[in-house]
Design a protein around this ligand. Structure first.
Ligand SMILES: *Cc1c(COP(=O)(O)O)cnc(C)c1O
Length: 428
């Protein structure tokens, strides 16, 4: 597999290099030079999730990794389903929250972990260092847990993430080291940056950020769009409209890549909360990010979505006009109202999914089938959901299990010397 840097097209890398580096020169995103031919998509849709996903990812990666290796990576990564639930006539939910951290990021995070292990030489050390305000830390910790040749250090601001979130990823132990820093999230990020700027440290421990723009994440996410269509009744596959609740637009990029590979999707809808840089851009042609506004769908509180250049590139390559994309933005009040409506339909959702559902059902036309992505489990946003629906929703198994476990975090000051000590000490 070859990929090029969207900012400097002459920089070409292999899959392995793209996975290890994350970003190219000048902070450019990597994009595949060629999209594979998948052949008969109907036949592909007949296969089971793991076999089909292995086939898609192996076609992408090409000769760099043996097909058996890719299949094993997929088996290790996709250990939970992506079921489709019917919400009402002609409207379906793709539930992406059945993984260990109850959000779709488990798919990409776990496949990235497998990819990184597969493309790194066995005696080279790898240390993942990341700062989190909650969600990404949990997904990274669970994705790498048990991969004993990779050490993971996660910093978070002490007392500033929800107790439930802390329990979810600070109870794992083994190769996962969590550090509660006496400081803010910005302090944690600054410490991480300082570590990456330290050339000697970086070499000594093989520092890697495993960050969210890694191409391996998007490739994994393509697979669940195929899984979604495979579960639809055949009669409803032809006029499918898919709404994607979007923040950094990785999920929508993956959906459009699935379409480019031949998945029959008539139209995608980019759904956001009031952080609506993209909907305004699609409306006016002007790219005008505003300051980020906090909302109840906080994983989408992004005003400068970092995957957008990949969408522009793909649309250009395929000759798709941006005007073919549906779009819309939803306020917190509307999202809350929609959650209540969905509850009446008998479907328990959370604010991110509700944003997509609302715009989907507003824009769905006669004869079309609608699908929206449910990106997180309702219990992950328990306080907000309980409050809006006046309920006390149950914690699902994994969350309840971790909630009962002991916290294993170290506590350190906002001090680079102390961080360095931790980074060296986890090596043995
Ligand atoms: C990350 C996240 C999103 C946004 O996904 P992007 O790929 O960044 O657009 C939406 N919902 C939830 C629950 C998330 O965690």
């Amino acid at each position: 597999m070859k990929l090029y840097n969207l900012k400097e097209h002459q920089e070409q890398v292999s899959f392995g290099q793209a996975v290890r580096q994350g970003l190219g020169r000048n902070q450019g995103l990597f994009f595949p030079s060629e999209l594979p031919e998948l052949g008969d998509v109907d036949a592909l849709l007949e296969m089971d999730f793991v076999s089909r996903s292995s086939k898609i990812l192996s076609a992408f990666i090409g000769e760099e990794l043996a097909a058996d290796t890719v299949e094993q990576m997929v088996k290790n990564a996709f250990q939970f389903p992506a079921p489709v639930a019917r919400v009402k006539d002609g409207v379906y939910a793709l539930e992406l929250f059945h993984g260990p951290t109850l959000a779709f990021k488990d798919f990409g995070g776990r496949f990235m972990a497998q990819s990184l292990a597969a493309v790194s030489d066995s005696d080279g050390k790898i240390t993942i260092l990341t700062a989190t305000s909650g969600d990404t830390g949990a997904a990274v910790a669970h994705a790498f847990h048990g991969m004993d040749n990779i050490k993971v250090v996660i910093l978070y601001p002490k007392g500033k993430i929800s107790p439930l979130q802390e329990k979810l990823f600070c109870t794992l132990g083994g190769n996962i080291c969590t550090v509660a820093v006496n400081g803010t999230f910005d302090d944690c990020q600054a410490l991480v940056k300082q570590a990456f700027d330290d050339e000697k440290l970086r070499k000594d421990i093989g520092l890697n950020s495993a960050n969210s723009i890694n191409i391996s994440r998007l490739m994994a996410q393509i697979c669940y769009y195929f899984e979604a269509v495979a579960q639809l009744p055949k009669a409803e596959r032809d006029n499918l409209v898919v709404a994607v609740p979007s923040g950094n637009f990785g999920n929508l990029t993956a959906g459009l890549l699935a379409k480019a590979l031949g998945l029959p999707v008539k139209r995608f809808i980019a759904a956001t909360n009031v952080n609506d840089t993209v909907p305004r851009y699609l409306q006016s042609g002007q790219w005008e990010p505003k300051p980020t506004i906090p909302t109840i769908s906080n994983a989408m509180d992004v005003s400068q979505p970092n995957n957008w250049p990949r969408i522009e590139e793909l649309c250009q390559l395929k000759g798709w006009g941006l005007s073919e994309l549906g779009y819309g933005a939803v306020t917190d009040e509307q999202a809350a109202e929609t959650l209540r409506e969905m509850d009446v339909e008998g479907y328990l959702c959370e604010p991110h999914g509700a944003v997509a559902y609302r715009i989907l059902t507003e824009q769905l036309q006669e004869g079309e089938t609608g699908m929206f992505l449910c990106t997180a489990h309702p219990a992950k946003f328990k306080e907000v959901v309980d409050d809006i629906l006046e309920k006390d929703i149950d914690l699902p198994g994994p969350l309840a299990k971790h909630n009962a476990m002991e916290l294993l975090s170290l506590e350190r000051d906002n001090d680079f010397g102390q961080l360095k000590e931790v980074l060296y000490s986890v090596q043995d």
